[in-house]
Design a binder for this molecule. Sequence first.
Ligand SMILES: [Cu+2]
Length: 119
Amino acid sequence: MKRPLFGLIAVLLFALGFTTRAEDDKEKEVKIKTSAVCEMCKERIERNLAFEKGIKESNLDLKSKVITVKYNPKKTDVNRIKANISKTGYDADEVTADEKGYAKLPSCCKKGGMASHPQ
Ligand SMILES: [Cu+2]
């Protein structure tokens, strides 16, 4: 009687370990083109994304204006991430900047801000 029970426990433990590992692997990464201009934009976007549920990490590259976001697909999705960036006042791929968020940005951070503040 003891052997089948041990076998069952072994199988259960194996399945449990497998499931846990599979969930860790489910973290996804997405690259989104934004309209960020400067270091302040980068910080603003990354800070607001950090408050969004399911976001693990974000890093905006100012040269390409592309932000790389690591997220948990069970808690959030690409559309929500883009909506968050838009609310902050920036374009996120095909999603244009939210007007209210954009209006709050300092002038140097608005689109084309580089023209008035070269460097
Ligand atoms: Cu800026």
